[in-house]
Design a protein around this ligand. Structure first.
Ligand code: PLP
Length: 376
């Protein structure tokens, strides 16, 4: 196995045909594996009751999953809209991870141009899908409006965040009349028990107003694989502008794309309020502790101080260590010690950055120990 800069891509991804993503290195660690700091999954681990429900459902794997994705779809609707789920249920579709739905919405969207959100870099699947569907890629900073606009809020990996009013203002400024607009709120779930107030999906008439006044079709994407730490199960959803848009999307979706264990998991996990309460309570505490350890380590190393990026509620820290060779070394040392982190180099092309997931302090000890070898 090459440990060079591009070693990860050679091993796991065919970068001629696939977009590089992290989350693969843990396999390489073998017996040395301790904890995966390279993915933005919930530091609490997979919710136990939901995992049991998924495992139990395997006994029925000789049957097809329900074609209407029920009762999991209704359960998720109740989670997203506790008071108005009946009204919004028809706007919801589940997918095999958000990735399936990102591609599904983009492939059926009309128009020629694509534009990302206002950040220096954002989660890459939107761009990949826009490119493979033949679109012209616009820089976020250009004034030209696009026929397809995709904004990741909060932004993975930078940790930037806009309020819902700011998002709407940005959309109105950057989307052409008639454009498809996708807002990815996967990481907003960490915000607080009040996350719904910040969600574009929760503002009752927003999608219909944008459609009527600006001709904009608003799709809100959620990946559920990070907040509930189930990346291997594959679970995502999209809230479409209207029931008619849902029908149009369902017409082009592969049947049974969400499998039986994933549906059983979802149906159970939305009821695990204790898990969510713990998430909102512990993640910001662990994040502060992690940042303290990183700042301390940086102060003991020669070279410029590291910069920590991202909102306090998020499940990761986007760390600018200021030097490419140092970032590469940190990635290598972490992998060797069984605590992989995400390099900012492949995919994101931010070679002085590493992304470190928020984990409890006992696990962070292993990472800091691995990096303290740089002091010798
Ligand atoms: C912002 C964001 N959206 C969507 C996804 C895709 O998630 P999945 O396909 O696992 O649901 C990710 C994965 O990292 C992500 O970070």
């Amino acid at each position: 196995m090459s440990s060079g800069k591009q070693g990860q891509e050679r091993s796991f991804w065919d970068t001629k045909t696939q977009q590089f993503h992290g989350g693969q290195d843990w396999k390489m660690c073998g017996d040395r594996f301790v904890e995966d700091f390279s993915v933005t999954t919930n530091g609490l681990g997979t919710p136990v009751k939901a995992l049991e429900a998924a495992a139990d459902s395997l006994k029925t794997c000789d049957h097809y999953p329900p074609a209407d994705q029920e009762p999991a779809r209704s359960s998720l609707a109740q989670f997203l809209w506790p008071d108005t789920h009946d009204r919004n249920h028809g706007r919801l579709i589940l997918g095999n991870g958000a990735s399936e739905l990102i591609d599904l919405v983009i492939r059926q969207a009309p128009g020629e141009t694509w534009k990302p959100g206002p950040w220096s870099v954002q989660y890459k699947e939107y761009e990949r899908s826009a490119k493979t569907s033949g679109r012209r890629i616009l820089e976020a900073s250009t004034e030209e409006r696009a026929s397809l606009v995709c904004l990741v809020n909060p932004c993975n990996p930078t940790g930037d965040y806009l309020t819902w009013e700011e998002v709407v203002a940005w959309i109105r400024q950057h989307a052409l009349p008639g454009a498809v607009v996708i807002v990815d709120e996967s990481m907003q779930l960490w915000h607080s028990p009040g996350f719904r107030e910040d969600s574009l999906a929760s503002h009752p008439d927003l999608a219909s107003t944008l459609l009527a006044e600006d001709g904009l079709q608003l799709y809100v994407i959620h990946s559920w694989t990070k907040i509930w730490s189930c990346t291997g199960l594959r679970l995502g959803s999209v809230v479409t502008p209207s029931a008619q848009h849902t029908q149009a999307l369902r017409r082009v979706q592969v049947p049974w794309s969400v499998n039986t264990p994933a549906l059983a998991f979802l149906d159970a996990v939305v009821r695990d309020t204790e898990y969510m309460n713990q998430t909102w309570e512990l993640t910001p505490v662990w994040r502060v502790q992690l940042i303290d350890r990183l700042v301390d380590l940086s102060s003991r190393l020669p070279g410029p101080a590291w910069e920590m990026h991202g909102k306090p509620f998020l499940s990761w820290v986007w760390v600018d260590v200021k030097e490419e060779s140092l970032a590469d070394r940190l990635v290598h040392l972490a992998r060797e010690a069984g605590v992989p982190v995400r390099s900012g180099r492949p995919g994101y092309e931010q070679p002085t950055f590493v992304r470190v997931a928020v984990r409890e302090s006992g696990k962070v000890d292993h990472l800091i120990q691995a990096w303290e070898s740089l002091l010798n």
